[in-house]
Design a protein around this ligand. Structure first.
Ligand SMILES: [Zn+2]
Length: 346
């Protein structure tokens, strides 16, 4: 058990409390040990195996193979994280939470073997993935669970969460998901942790969530809105969201196909397009509200299976940023300063 006073001004990794100054260059939204296969398909056939011939089709979602959606192997995670560390990454935020088969003890091992700081999220993903028993639970029950996950331990272990989320929302936003979100806001108020949010796949859904956060007394400056790249292409919607004070997260770097299989109405930008949108926000004065990541949750996206891997931002996006005129101060704000501010308990 750790108290709010003991956490204030500190960050909390899977190995314990640290001085936020040590966090360094941080990927704010990844999965290292996860199962994102929809529960209804978990007992089905595993689908075709990985091959050089199939990787691109898997990345274009033309082959749907459940085993592409599951990565529970610690040595594979160690190898993947070590690659990111040698490219300059120092901290990874791991958001496999309720519904995605989180493995806190496995993440401790990954952290020990790679030297990478790993910060875990907590709470519950979208309704489809949640334990059916959650339907009967109250806002206060979810709040108490998340407070305990930050202050005592996660999923039956003594490993503690370092932030709340990625709290799952859909469009339309379900009643159960709203209850979990209301609980997360109470947990934010009780713990001083940041809150990171997986919004529904509709252009104005992040705004709907931020209105809810404000009405329920959240500290909006300590809310991170994830997956901007697959959700918002309209500039007015982007600026309106930034005006709520939240941090905006472009966390699908590396996905350079224009297809977004979960919403065929929305074109996925490539990395250059992401950087152009980020530049628009910086020009409007929002430099300190931007973070980036890869949100790797398909094995086909990992280097060992033919993908870009967790080192992509450090190896390939940073050089692209420099070629496109991003200053070292801007890069530092996005990769170091804003993640450190969000991971520091208040
Ligand atoms: Zn995620």
């Amino acid at each position: 058990m750790i108290t709010r006073d003991e956490l204030r001004g500190r960050a909390q990794t899977v190995l314990g409390v640290v001085d936020p100054a040590v966090l360094g260059s941080t990927l704010m939204h990844e999965h290292l040990l996860w199962n994102i296969c929809p529960p209804s398909r978990r007992d089905g056939p595993p689908g075709p195996d990985f091959s050089l011939e199939s990787n691109w089709e898997m990345c274009w979602s033309q082959i749907v193979a459940p085993h592409n959606l599951i990565q529970k192997d610690v040595p594979i995670a160690v190898e993947a994280v070590a690659e990111a560390v040698s490219a300059g990454c120092s901290t990874i935020v791991e958001l496999s939470i309720g519904g995605l088969e989180p493995d806190p003890v496995g993440l401790q091992q990954v952290s020990r073997e790679t030297g990478c700081h790993i910060v875990m999220g907590c709470g519950h993903y979208v309704e489809e993935y949640q334990d059916p028993a959650n339907h009967a639970r109250s806002v206060d029950s979810f709040a108490a669970e998340m407070v305990a996950q930050v202050q005592e331990g996660l999923w039956g272990t003594d490993v503690r969460a370092g932030l709340l989320g990625e709290i799952g929302c859909q469009s339309p936003w379900t009643e159960l998901e709203r209850r979990v979100m209301a609980g997360a806001i109470i947990a934010q108020q009780h713990t001083g942790a940041a809150l990171t949010i997986h919004p529904g796949r509709r252009q104005d859904q992040p705004q709907e969530v931020m209105d809810f956060c404000r009405e329920h007394g959240a500290d909006c400056s300590r809310v991170i809105m994830d997956h901007i790249d697959r959700t918002i292409s309209d500039e007015d919607a982007l600026f309106r969201l930034a005006d709520t004070g939240c941090v905006l997260e472009w966390d699908l770097f590396g996905q350079e196909s224009s297809l977004y299989a979960h919403n065929l109405e929305q074109d996925m930008p490539n990395d250059a397009g992401r950087l152009r949108d980020i530049r628009k926000l910086i020009q409007r004065g929002h430099l300190h509200q931007i973070v980036i990541s890869h949100d790797i949750c398909h094995r086909a996206h990992m280097t060992r299976f033919g993908g870009w891997g967790y080192a992509h931002i450090h190896k390939r996006v940073l050089p692209l940023m420099r070629r496109r005129g991003f200053t070292e101060a801007e890069i530092r704000a996005i990769l170091v300063d804003t993640p450190r501010r969000m991971l520091t308990f208040v």
